[in-house]
Design a binder for this molecule. Structure first.
Ligand code: GUN
Ligand code: ZN
Length: 443
């Protein structure tokens, strides 16, 4: 059998070869190849094997991109982030509801301007790539032009991205609210234009229950029925005052999640960010509807929202991904985010091993987005999205990495000490889209 190979990459590789239902299954699915060869055919993966096995398939060894000394892993998947909040990251002093009023809404008001949206979209995507993130589930603002700009910029880079315009019709400034009918029409137009175009997909994005009237939620439900393969992206149970507010606004519902559930917004392509204060029956509902959650450790700590319970999430068999949740989250960097996730675990006596952490940030996140048949590891046929990590970019990292015994310790040191300096290159659909050296040369 002859396969077409357009590119070959040599280096150390780590990935997780299949999805799991318990963390105990993870070590068996982990694959580490110290001297490996990844073969690509255009934007897709042909094979990953050892250098010794694979080199014979090469017509010419000079075609190899040599990353020896680096660790190559699947591109990071960020399952919850707000691109318009990039410019307000690190806003001081408030918890969720005041933070929204004081910082978020004023910043989001600027996205009626297409030029501003275009400038920030391109900055945002550069931030993702320079941090090794190749796929994200992204909030826009209420303005259709915000999402138009983001999708246009992502299309140029051929990134796999899911995004949507915010839908909201109450409890926000007039400049950011719309009628349910407008929300429906504008969302529909965006779906028609962008959903399933190349690697782009659309997510219905009601901000959260407090900014949604029953009429708006009915319109979201209508769109979900009209486009059954669409994603749904919103916030759930992040902050105690928010949870109490939802109960007051929707007294006829059994709880926060029940508001979404009654409008048929739960399901396999529904992603709920935060989920910090859920009742047992809400976890069960997430499981029964096959909904997914986004764990956003830096945001949850920064806004003082609470501690996500990983143990319960596994026990309830709910699919999970990691979200940076910029701008409530304090970094675009998944290594730093995993380091914070570990500390959230420690505060609850949960030991988040590197194997599990990197699973959530790659294949697990892909599964939470229902994209695991396309991205998340180096299996043949998958899309070639990956990140080249330089594990030793400082004296401290060189010392600590050298004293690390096995790949588990090396990965754990990376998620504890790592940051954007460790992202040497980022490849999207078989093309190198970001490289630390190039940026340094350009600077
Ligand atoms: N809940 C509703 N809107 C937001 C938002 O923009 N960020 C966060 N973290 N939570 C929200
Ligand atoms: Zn958010």
């Amino acid at each position: 059998m002859s396969v077409s190979v357009t590119q070959a990459i040599r280096g150390s590789f780590f990935d997780l070869t299949s999805t799991v239902t318990t963390p105990e299954q993870l070590p068996q699915c982990a694959r580490y190849i110290e001297d490996g060869l990844l073969l690509l055919d255009g934007g897709n993966i042909v094979s990953l094997q050892t250098w010794q096995e694979g080199r014979h398939q090469l017509a010419d060894e000079r075609m190899v991109t040599d990353y020896r000394g680096k660790l190559i892993i699947p591109g990071f998947v960020d399952t919850h982030i707000h691109y318009p909040q990039t410019e307000m990251i690190g806003a001081f002093g408030e918890q969720l509801l005041e933070w929204l009023q004081q910082y978020t809404f004023p910043v989001e008001s600027q996205y009626h301007c297409p030029q501003h949206a275009a400038k920030m979209s391109s900055f945002f995507l550069q931030q993702l790539l320079s941090n090794g993130t190749t796929t994200a589930l992204v909030f826009g603002t209420v303005h259709p032009q915000s999402v138009e700009a983001l999708f246009s910029a992502a299309e140029t880079l051929n990134m796999r991205l899911i995004a949507g315009k915010v839908m909201m019709d109450r409890n926000a400034p007039d400049t950011l609210t719309e009628t349910p009918e407008q929300s429906y029409q504008q969302t529909r137009e965006l779906i028609e234009r962008w959903h399933n175009r190349g690697r782009l997909s659309y997510a219905l994005t009601p901000r959260f229950a407090p900014t949604s009237s029953p009429e708006l939620l009915a319109r979201v439900c209508q769109l979900k029925k009209e486009y059954p393969d669409i994603w749904l992206h919103t916030h759930l149970s992040e902050n105690p005052q928010e949870v109490a507010w939802v109960k007051a606004l929707f007294p006829d519902h059994e709880g926060y999640l029940d508001v979404y559930h009654q409008y048929q917004l739960t399901g396999r392509r529904s992603v709920f960010a935060h989920c910090l204060h859920l009742e047992d029956k809400e976890w069960d509902c997430l499981h029964h509807t096959d909904s997914a959650v986004a764990f956003c450790p830096t945001s949850n700590l920064f806004l003082g929202s609470g501690l996500f319970n990983l143990k319960t999430c596994w026990k309830k068999r709910v699919r999970l991904g990691i979200g940076t949740d910029v701008g409530a989250g304090t970094t675009f960097n998944m290594l730093k985010t995993l380091g914070e996730a570990y500390k959230v675990g420690q505060l609850q006596h949960y030991k988040l091993a590197a194997c599990e952490a990197f699973y959530h940030a790659t294949l697990g996140g892909a599964q939470a987005l229902d994209l695991h048949d396309r991205i998340g590891n180096f299996m043949p046929g998958k899309e070639a999205d990956f990140v080249v990590l330089d594990p030793m970019v400082s004296a401290l990292q060189r010392m600590r990495y050298a004293s690390s015994g096995d790949i588990w310790e090396k990965l754990f040191v990376l998620m504890t000490l790592g940051d954007d300096r460790n992202i040497a290159s980022t490849w999207v659909n078989g093309q190198c889209r970001w490289s630390l050296n190039h940026e340094e040369q350009a600077a």
